[in-house]
Design a protein around this ligand. Structure first.
Ligand code: AMP
Ligand code: TRP
Length: 349
């Protein structure tokens, strides 16, 4: 039986955090080891160009690419089982993106993407409307005008990444669901207009699709707010310090209630649950009658241990590049075949 294709990518921007791990990377490894799928995992280096730092730092950019593949291998992705590759090495990705953009992608749909709005000139401003503080969207036209087009077209490149491989499943975190819905829509639209050629992919989420920041339980843990992140390669002392300082709630009870009274502790409990395989009930029992300090100490021990593999730098940069080069060859061959079929479909010879 032919196994279904599964693909995902992570952007090499900044350092990976435990949200990336529990929301995506750890699941990549589980899915790979289930032996049920043909797996492709890539480093989304073209996507990461949309958030280059100013001033530009060449060495830093190269390090981020290398560190991402290093994290893939440290987490347990195995080049013998999965195709590991670099997005920019497979030119079919940007070529298909251009085709999708030019034929079936309205500007309006891309402008409505949450990520575009958040990162461009669409701000949300709080105002006092009839005594209620209300958030309403405003457009900062100067910022919008200055925003790179790549931020707008970002989801189309992501659709191309996925559709080129006849992908059925895409393991991602919650923040990528909207992009995946667009991918499905583009596949449907293209199939309808030019004849069936793409498969509509489905997302695969983990139990922690949206881990929250350590210092603000209302905000997603995100590389763009490093203060609330536990990074995979953080030193044990830093992990302990960050967990000790993590925001907690006023109840001083280790109880799960993510919406009401205990959103901050519930977030920490989810990390503990994922890394120990204990149920929330078991965790509540374990810490019943104990305060946050004791829970945080136990959590720090668990996190320090779980992230040990990411602190050991076993492989040289050269050996990591070799792994990618081998994967690139396979990805180029699969993606080019699909691109050729798509070109024919739209009358290009
Ligand atoms: P990125 O670093 O944006 O390329 O994200 C890599 C993967 O991690 C994507 O599948 C994201 O959806 C996932 N991810 C990012 N932040 C979080 C988070 N706070 N909780 C769970 N998953 C996340
Ligand atoms: N946009 C994704 C992120 O920021 C990364 C990504 C790019 C991706 N292309 C993809 C994920 C294709 C899954 C499939 O996390």
């Amino acid at each position: 039986m032919v196994k279904s294709v599964l693909i995902s990518g992570i952007q090499p921007t900044g350092r990976l955090h435990i949200g990336n791990y529990l929301g995506a990377l750890r699941n990549f490894v589980k899915l790979q080891n289930s032996d049920k799928y043909q797996c492709y995992f890539f480093v989304a280096d073209y996507h990461s160009l949309t958030s280059l730092t100013i001033p530009f730092d060449l060495k830093q950019k190269q390090k981020e690419v290398i560190d991402t593949i290093r994290a893939y291998l440290a987490a347990g992705l195995d080049p013998k089982k999965s195709t590991l590759f670099l997005q920019s090495a497979v030119s079919a990705h940007t070529e298909l993106a251009w085709i999708l953009m030019s034929t079936i992608t309205p500007v309006g749909e891309l402008r409505r993407m949450t990520q575009f709005k958040e990162k461009s000139g669409f701000a949300r401003r709080s105002v006092n409307l009839r005594k209620n503080m209300t958030k309403y969207p405003v457009i900062d036209y100067a910022a919008l005008e200055a925003t790179n087009v790549g931020l707008l077209t970002y989801p189309v490149l992501m659709a191309a990444d996925i559709l080129l491989y006849d992908t059925k499943f895409v393991p991602v975190g919650h923040d990528q669901l909207q992009h995946l819905e667009l991918t499905r829509e583009l596949a449907r639209r293209f199939n309808k207009r030019f004849g069936k050629i793409f498969i509509e992919p489905k997302p695969l989420l983990t139990e922690t699709p949206r881990l929250m920041s350590l210092n603000d339980p209302a905000r997603k843990m995100s590389k763009s707010h490093p203060a609330g992140c536990l990074f995979l390669d953080d030193k044990p002392a830093d992990i302990r310090k960050k967990i000790q300082r993590a925001v907690t709630d006023s109840k001083n009870k280790v109880q799960y209630d993510k919406k009401e009274a205990n959103p901050a502790v519930s977030n920490l409990m989810r990390i503990y649950k994922e890394l120990t395989n204990k149920s929330i009930r078991e965790i509540e029992q374990e810490f019943s009658g104990k305060g946050y300090a004791e829970f945080k100490k136990a959590l720090a021990d668990v996190v320090v241990d779980a992230l040990k593999v990411f602190r050991e730098k076993k492989r040289t940069n050269e050996s990591l590049m070799k792994v990618l080069k081998r994967g690139n060859v396979k990805a180029v061959s699969v993606a080019t075949k699909k691109l050729t079929a798509v070109k024919k479909r739209i009358g290009l010879i």
